[in-house]
Design a protein around this ligand. Structure first.
Ligand SMILES: C[S@@+](CC[C@H](N)C(=O)[O-])C[C@H]1O[C@@H](n2cnc3c(N)ncnc32)[C@H](O)[C@@H]1O
Length: 468
């Protein structure tokens, strides 16, 4: 970016609309200006942080007018934490903007002819809707401007969330509106206990410290899993923490821990040890039980997951004689959910532990027409696999945010299933993949589902049918 551009302040910029990834958009000198943390209708001065030939990015440094659509954010951490960036926008408008993002991605990026995007299915709960949160311990708590200016010294240990784009700064959370149940109590009491015992909070720069990470998972059936990651193999310290949680929260049904001496917090390759209770929790849907292990993905808004799966099932419209492939099956939730309406369901997923759970989930529910395989989709879904299995009549695919690997998309074109139901948490990559599939498929239905109120994220289900 040129020096001239860098110091530039655009004054009185009218924020017009919300674009992809929740960025707000205004126009200046014929260029698009993307601004974070504002709302359509605001008028702001913007300091430019990035300038390209066709667009600029910047941060609002002064508000001249506030949008009449703004509402008061309910969380004291709003603006710092980055978890629920849309609390200042009322829920009806959030839904409108989310649906619009889907329309934009398919028309502008996918450049496709699409049917009318259906009205978004809103979430009945707009707070306390998450069943999983991940907190980080740190000895480098984020200090507010007022704290820094006061010249006083403060407690620097923290347990909370990463500040956006700052890997080593953690905002200490005293109440989070995303997860109900025991979540706030467990986090806060564990913090108090750790401070009173003088246990060390993780120092991410120097990679030392006992307490590293805390994951809390809950279910609609009242079960809860708490996982503590330790950054040191200190038996005495670990016992102190785990026995505290066990005694203080007998309600925890799965109390687990991990000794993680690696450079990052991921634990798919580490042993998860059971301190008390079961090694998993169980969710329920339409009488089906779903076992969820510590390494397995489960949709984070359980109530909306049910709505989402109903849409996928309705779009698949199974008659009972179809072979269904459930790609990126996770713990086989969709596969088991649709199994009784299909001849056979084959689920593929790369986390082995999730596939073990998927098989167990079939067993527990007495479902006998499912098969599950672990492996990377692009390597699994090949000619050899197809020579050993029936070809799919219907494919349900639910990839991660990055979408499907090109080889997988090409394989879907080759397979020519009558229907593809594409579930995605990222309409941008979904539109990209569907633009390729459009060679043989037409888009019949598009149904956005809101799984994540107070954020710009939107889930989207698309029904594709093979062109005749
Ligand atoms: C959005 S989740 C969907 C899970 C499942 N359909 C559900 O609703 O619970 C995406 C899943 O894809 C898996 N995954 C990601 N990349 C993969 C790959 N390259 N090959 C196979 N599975 C993959 C993840 O482990 C995760 O379980």
């Amino acid at each position: 970016m040129s020096r001239k551009m860098k110091n530039k302040v655009v004054t009185n910029l009218k924020i017009e609309r919300i674009a992809a990834e929740g960025k707000c958009v205004g126009h200046h000198d014929g260029k698009v200006v993307f601004v974070q943390n504002v709302a359509p209708g605001d008028v702001v001065d913007v300091r430019i942080t990035k300038g390209k030939s066709s667009f600029m990015e910047g941060e609002a440094i002064k508000f001249h007018e506030f949008s009449s659509d703004r509402i008061e954010p309910f969380c004291s951490h709003f603006g710092t934490c980055g978890g629920c960036k849309w609390q200042h926008i009322n829920y009806d408008l959030q839904k409108t903007y989310k649906r619009q993002q889907v329309v934009d991605q398919f028309t502008r990026i996918g450049k496709m002819d699409i049917p009318e995007v259906l009205p978004i299915l809103g979430s009945s709960q707009t707070q306390y809707y998450r069943n999983k949160l991940d907190f980080t311990f740190s000895n480098n708590r984020w200090l507010t401007r007022e704290e820094i200016n006061s010249g006083e010294s403060f407690e620097r240990n923290a347990l909370g969330f990463h500040i956006p784009k700052m890997f080593d700064k953690i905002v200490d959370i005293d109440h989070c509106y995303l997860q109900g149940n025991i979540s706030n109590e467990v986090r806060n009491q564990l913090r108090v206990f750790a401070l009173s015992e003088g246990l060390s909070f993780y120092d991410i720069r120097n990679q030392v410290g006992l307490l590293r990470n805390l994951i809390i998972r809950t279910t609609s059936t009242g079960e809860s899993m708490v996982i503590v990651q330790f950054g040191e193999d200190n038996k005495e310290g670990i016992e102190k923490v785990m026995s505290f949680l066990h005694e203080q929260f007998p309600i925890i049904t799965s109390l687990l821990y991990i000794i993680n001496l690696k450079k990052n917090e991921t634990f798919h390759d580490l042993e998860v040890l059971t301190y008390a209770g079961k090694a998993y929790i169980e969710e329920e849907m339409e009488g089906l039980k779903f076992r969820i292990g510590p390494k397995s993905f489960y949709q984070t808004n359980s109530d909306q997951a049910y709505e989402l799966y109903k849409v996928a099932r309705e779009f698949a419209d199974l008659q009972g004689d179809e072979v269904v492939y459930d790609l990126y099956t996770g713990t086989g939730t969709i596969a088991n959910f649709v199994a009784k309406k299909a001849k056979q369901v084959i689920g593929i997923e790369y986390v082995e532990a999730a596939i073990e759970d998927a098989k167990l989930n079939s067993q527990v529910n007495d479902i006998k027409n499912t098969l599950f395989y672990a492996g990377d989709m692009k390597d699994m879904l090949n000619d050899e696999f197809l020579s050993k299995h029936d070809r799919p009549d219907v494919i349900i695919t639910d990839p991660p945010r990055a979408g499907m690997h090109e080889d997988v998309v090409n394989m879907l074109l080759k397979l020519e299933a009558t229907k593809i139901v594409y579930v995605s948490c990222n309409p941008a990559t979904q539109a990209r993949d569907i633009a390729i599939l459009a060679e043989k498929y037409q888009v019949d239905k598009i149904q956005p589902v809101d799984m994540f109120p107070q954020t710009y994220h939107v889930e989207n289900v698309v029904l594709l049918t093979l062109k005749s």
